[in-house]
Design a protein around this ligand. Structure first.
Ligand code: F6R
Length: 290
């Protein structure tokens, strides 16, 4: 259940007590497995929901789709079924949706959310929001502005869950997206389409566009947790956590948020300097120098 060491888990324990001798520019907790990490994140989300309940207020969650949050949603469903966690006071805003796509399409993100979370908990249908991939092209901009307005009307996002794409995208903010970007229709990067092509039965059937919250929309969240599992995410996790802040890797903008945590499994942490070249940091580096 614990990450590599308690001191490496700023995620659950508030301000980091970890040694500052790291190359990472964000608090980053490494768990042995994605299941353990997901349980820890789910516990934090449950605590938020319950504390808002106690105040008679709504917890506003920003949610991601894709393979990464599956274990998190499974754990939230378990907490609902087995530990009485209610979602009656929860409102959700999803990061993105393919465009164009019908909400009922088996690969739509609306369908994904129903199948993996919404249909299994007691959330009010009207409190769940996913950008509408079936909005006519002529009204997409108005739909995006309305999405931003709804987030604001809900009081802003309390807790934003993110995955990371191999292009470094958060939401579908592909390389080049501006820090000030808001919800809008975007063109997907070829690598993102290739990664999604398995779901759509080939690249030719994979949507070329999407509607996504912007970088600014995401950074406005009061708390952000980025999840990453597996060796195939290791390089981009290192780039986002240790590299410069650049629109070429939109996840790097998270370094500028004051309440963000990266939560990764051991495989996704594998390219971090503290694992790949540990002699460059901390006590080992001191030994090398002396
Ligand atoms: C999905 C989203 C994307 C994914 C990212 C990782 O709503 O916003 O940024 O989080 O593409 O996808 P997976 O988890 O499938 O590796």
């Amino acid at each position: 259940m614990m990450p590599d060491s308690p001191s490496e888990n700023p995620f659950m324990t508030g301000p980091s007590t970890a040694t500052p001798s790291r190359f990472e520019h964000v608090p980053l907790a490494v768990f042995q497995s994605s299941a353990e990490a997901s349980q820890a994140v789910a516990r934090d989300i449950a605590a938020l929901i319950r504390s808002k309940q106690a105040e008679g207020r709504t917890a506003v969650l920003g949610l991601a789709t894709g393979s990464t949050p599956l274990s998190l949603y499974a754990e939230l469903v378990r907490l609902h079924r087995e530990e009485g966690l209610s979602f009656k006071n929860v409102a959700t805003f999803n990061l993105d949706e393919y465009y164009p796509i019908q909400p009922g399409h088996p690969r739509s993100y609306r369908h994904f959310m129903q199948a993996h979370l919404f249909d299994h908990v007691d959330i009010e249908a009207g409190n769940t929001h996913v950008p509408d991939g079936s909005a006519p092209l002529a009204s997409v901009d108005a739909h995006c502005r309305e999405y931003e307005r709804q987030i604001e009307a809900a009081g802003g996002i309390d807790f934003q869950v993110l995955g990371i794409g191999r292009t470094g995208h958060i939401g579908f903010n592909e390389p080049g997206s501006a820090r000030r970007s808001r919800t809008r229709r975007v063109t997907l990067d070829p690598l993102t389409r290739r990664d999604a092509s398995g779901d759509f039965g080939g690249e030719e059937n994979t949507p070329r566009h999407a509607i996504t919250m912007g970088v600014r929309t995401i950074l406005d969240a009061r708390r952000i947790v980025l999840l990453a599992w597996g060796q195939h995410k290791a390089e981009i996790v290192r780039t986002a956590a240790e590299g410069p802040v650049t629109p070429q890797v939109t996840a790097s903008f998270l370094q500028e948020h004051d309440n963000v945590h990266f939560v990764v499994d051991r495989a996704a942490a594998g390219a971090l300097t503290r694992y790949r070249t540990p002699w460059l940091i901390g006590a080992l580096a001191d030994q090398v120098r002396s």
